[in-house]
Design a protein. Structure first.
Length: 283
């Protein structure tokens, strides 16, 4: 229940960030940076009587059906909620906030802020195995079948939208939008990797038994013990390997320092961990 509540809150946070970044920074500057929002901005140019929020809703309905059939109902339900939420927030802003002008008049500055805010929001939603809809769904399909990074998948999916923007608006706006799409892809991957990142810690210590007990009993993590021989000393050694979160690594490092200041430690960043205590292989 606690995990479900956390997931729900994170999806809502991501939705608000995506909608805010789009509405206050990208939409006033007609920056069609891909996704259902970008397509909706282009259509709105030719049919101004239709709001961007409503257009996003119709575009997403078509893509939902695709996601539900190919990716599965779990992803579909979360994505329906997240994308409906983003469309609803934008529709509410359009009708009650009435904000349709540039904040600073600096196109590039607002592009960067809009992409950073919405990209972080998309990364948060993606990390909950969902999507904000639009061409994000196509990105998720590419990730499932071709193992293309989610951010890179968004980049590939959105290039067509930015090209269409050149015909709807002008080449300058299209080029800015394309730059935004590229930055957005890297932002999403960086956020997902940052959220999922753990530390793979290898410890060589004469007090390995004490360290092992701390890992198992205090950190409640599994660990692996290897037998090895020092290449220089030719003495038998015990090597402890464990994967922990960034916060747990700080605790582990302090404990190892307290029990054995001569311990040898190496640390690697890992971004995908499957198994007991981490993600299921069926994730």
């Amino acid at each position: 229940m606690k995990e479900k509540l956390k997931e729900f809150m994170l999806i809502n946070l991501g939705m608000i960030m995506v909608a805010g970044g789009m509405y206050f920074f990208l939409m006033p500057n007609k920056l069609a940076t891909g996704g259902a929002n970008g397509i909706a901005i282009i259509i709105h140019k030719f049919v101004p009587s239709l709001s961007v929020g409503i257009l996003m809703l119709f575009i997403n309905i078509v893509l939902f059906i695709l996601a539900f059939l190919i990716i599965g109902p779990k992803f579909g339900v979360k994505t329906i909620y997240a994308s409906f939420g983003v469309s609803l927030i934008i529709w509410i802003l359009e009708n009650y906030v009435k904000f349709n002008k540039s904040i600073t008049g600096e196109l590039f500055l607002e592009l960067i802020f809009g992409i950073l805010i919405s990209g972080i929001g998309m990364g948060i939603v993606f990390n909950q195995d969902a999507s904000t809809g639009g061409t994000d769904i196509i990105s998720k399909i590419l990730n499932k079948f071709f193992h293309i990074d989610l951010g890179k998948g968004v980049l590939l999916s959105d290039l067509a939208t930015t090209i269409a923007a050149a015909f709807a608006f002008d080449i300058k706006l299209s080029m800015y939008a394309m730059l935004g799409v590229i930055i957005n892809g890297f932002v999403i991957d960086a956020i997902i990797e940052g959220i999922n990142m753990c530390k793979e810690v290898t410890i060589i210590s004469n007090n390995y038994e004490e360290i092992k007990r701390y890992i198992v009993n205090d950190l409640e993590k599994g660990t692996t013990i290897y037998k090895a021989m020092g290449g220089f000393s030719e003495k038998n050694k015990n090597v402890v390997v464990v994967v922990v979160s960034k916060r747990e690594f700080i605790k582990l490092k302090s404990f190892v320092n307290a029990v054995d200041k001569e311990a040898f430690i190496t640390v690697n960043n890992v971004y995908e961990i499957f198994g007991n205590g981490f993600k299921s292989l069926n994730y």
